[in-house]
Design a protein around this ligand. Structure first.
Ligand code: NAD
Ligand SMILES: O=C[C@H](O)CS(=O)(=O)O
Length: 492
């Protein structure tokens, strides 16, 4: 029996749930099996959650299906009011949600609080957007006929989410689905289930009827197999690695499910000679080291034009070395731990490979003296194109700098990847802004900005970074079907 650490000092301890939410009931796995959840900063067990298998997952799908007719039949305005209350409850309980998040994911408390606000913003946004799922009336093509286009909810959805944004990746999927009348089953990452379960508690308090949103935990192979193969599930929204996304796409194909795929990234961050150097350094720091580099949109390759390479490298290294590494609950900490030992090993592998190919360390480069999953913020210079860190997503606090000479070379290097999620570049040349933004093969492009994710704009990738968009007015379409109705016999 694992000895859990002391309970989290929450203002409302009832938010910390070690059970799954199915049909309005908080339940265990039929087998009684559980899975421990560890604090990545200390290695301590902070709690455990049920290990659902296929049978329990099927029961959750059936609960969502049973709740669907009544939830769909509600007025959009009535669903909107419940989502609005959830938004308000998330903000009112932000401190507890942030502490739960930091305890299971590791990010600094300030970042966790920022994520709670970001996550809540999707609930606020889709509470309103759900009232604007407009159809069309098309001018008839024949006398006596009318042509209608109706937007209808897709039905029961499944959401499988990653560990790096334990709140926002839940609400970015659930909010649009619930807003248009869908019901669903959420399966958060096994490393970070408690944030999702706490949102489930708040959803109940907001008045969400039983079975509309079900939250389950359990081994990914078993829960994932049921969620992707069960024909009652009409849509899968997945956020995670491209590798797993491809597996789930194949599994969903057998029942032709609608899918949204928010997958891996390999973001280029291009700094041209004419950039505002200090702004570019600030943008690179924000993009690269947010969540200790564990974000899908963080700068993974920093391409710097020859003329300012050394100046940029020096300034970036100074800023990286000034960050405070430690547990997210410690005041002033700006870099938390990586999620686990495998993540540390991958960072070390990428650094070692780059150095073996001729790169040099400007700052950092090794495990932090605090040990465990802590790693020194690292800047590498003169990294060659052939290095693994150019082609693979590092998902850690390593900023590899690559040199380029011309705009054409920068664009070629930036696009030289199967991924296409986010890209960034810094320039003060207006013509270059449009040339480069239009040439980059990415779904999200930041110009003179390092962090641009927001609920009001479409989030999603080109190529092997995914399918579909989340957030914005486009995010609603992922949960809607389009129905064409031709009405005849009208006479005129
Ligand atoms: N595009 C985006 O919006 C976005 C956002 C966050 C993370 N990501 C990507 O996610 C990756 C890191 O997150 P991660 O390590 O959680 O990714 P992951 O793909 O390993 O896991 C994502 C989720 O899928 C589950 N899963 C894993 N294998 C499964 C299977 N066979 N069947 C069903 N479910 C399965 C996991 O338990 C987790 O809940 C990175 O590649 C990152 O770029 C993308
Ligand atoms: O890591 C993936 C998230 O989608 C990043 S963001 O918070 O949406 O920018």
């Amino acid at each position: 029996m694992l000895n859990p650490a002391a309970p989290l000092p929450l203002k409302d301890p009832s938010l910390f749930r070690q059970a799954c939410l199915v049909g309005g009931r908080w339940i265990e796995a039929e087998s009684g099996r559980t899975m421990p959840v560890r604090n990545p900063a200390t290695g301590e067990v902070i709690g455990s959650v049920p290990a659902f298998g296929r049978a329990e997952t099927r029961a959750a799908i059936e609960a969502a299906s049973a709740a669907y007719p009544a939830w769909r039949a509600m007025l959009a305005k009535e669903r909107s009011a419940i989502l609005r209350r959830l938004y308000e409850l998330m903000l009112a309980n932000a401190d507890d949600l942030a502490l739960i998040m930091t305890s299971e994911q590791g990010k600094p408390l300030a970042e966790a609080k920022g994520e709670v606000a970001y996550a809540a913003s999707f609930v606020e946004w889709f509470a309103e957007e759900g009232k604007r799922a407009y159809g069309d009336m098309i001018p008839q093509n024949q006398k006596g006929r009318r042509i209608l286009v109706m937007k209808e909810p897709v039905g029961v959805f499944a959401a499988i989410t990653p560990w790096n944004f334990p709140a926002a990746m839940i609400t970015r999927k659930v909010a649009p689905g619930l807003a248009v009348g869908c019901t669903g089953v959420v399966r958060p990452a096994s490393q970070t289930p408690f944030t999702a379960l706490a949102i489930g508690v708040l959803a109940e308090r907001a008045g969400l009827p039983p079975g509309v949103m079900n939250i389950i935990t359990g081994p990914s192979a078993e829960t994932g197999a049921e969620l992707t193969e069960n024909p009652m599930v009409r849509k899968l929204s997945f956020t995670g690695s491209t590798e797993v996304g491809k597996v789930l796409l194949e599994q969903c194909a057998r029942t032709v499910k609608r899918v949204s795929m928010e997958l891996g990234g390999n973001a280029p961050f291009i700094v041209f000679d004419d950039a505002d150097l200090d702004a570019a350094v600030a943008g690179a720091m924000a993009s690269k080291f947010r969540n200790t580099g564990q974000t899908c949109v963080c700068a993974n390759r920093i391409l710097v034009q020859d003329g300012i390479f050394e100046a940029f490298a020096t300034k970036l290294a100074e800023a990286a070395a000034a960050m405070k590494v430690g547990p997210g609950v410690e005041p002033g900490v700006t870099q938390g731990p990586l999620i686990n030992a495998d993540a540390v090993a991958k960072v070390e592998e990428h650094i070692g490979d780059a150095l073996a190919r001729g790169a040099r360390v400007v700052t950092g480069g090794k495990r932090h003296p605090r040990g465990g999953n802590f790693f020194e913020p690292t800047v590498l210079a003169d990294v060659p194109r052939e290095a693994k860190i150019f082609s693979e997503e590092t998902f850690g606090p390593v900023a590899p700098l690559f040199r380029f000479r011309t705009e054409e070379e920068a664009i070629r290097l930036a696009n030289d990847t199967p991924f296409g999620l986010a890209a960034y570049f810094y320039t003060r040349d207006v013509g270059r802004m449009f040339r480069v933004a239009e040439a980059l093969e990415y779904g999200i492009v930041g110009v003179n900005e390092g962090i641009i994710s927001t609920e009001v704009a479409p989030f999603g990738g080109f190529k092997e970074s995914g399918l579909g968009r989340e957030g914005s007015k486009y995010g609603l379409d992922e949960y809607l079907e389009v129905k064409y109705v031709a009405v005849g016999g009208i006479g005129t």
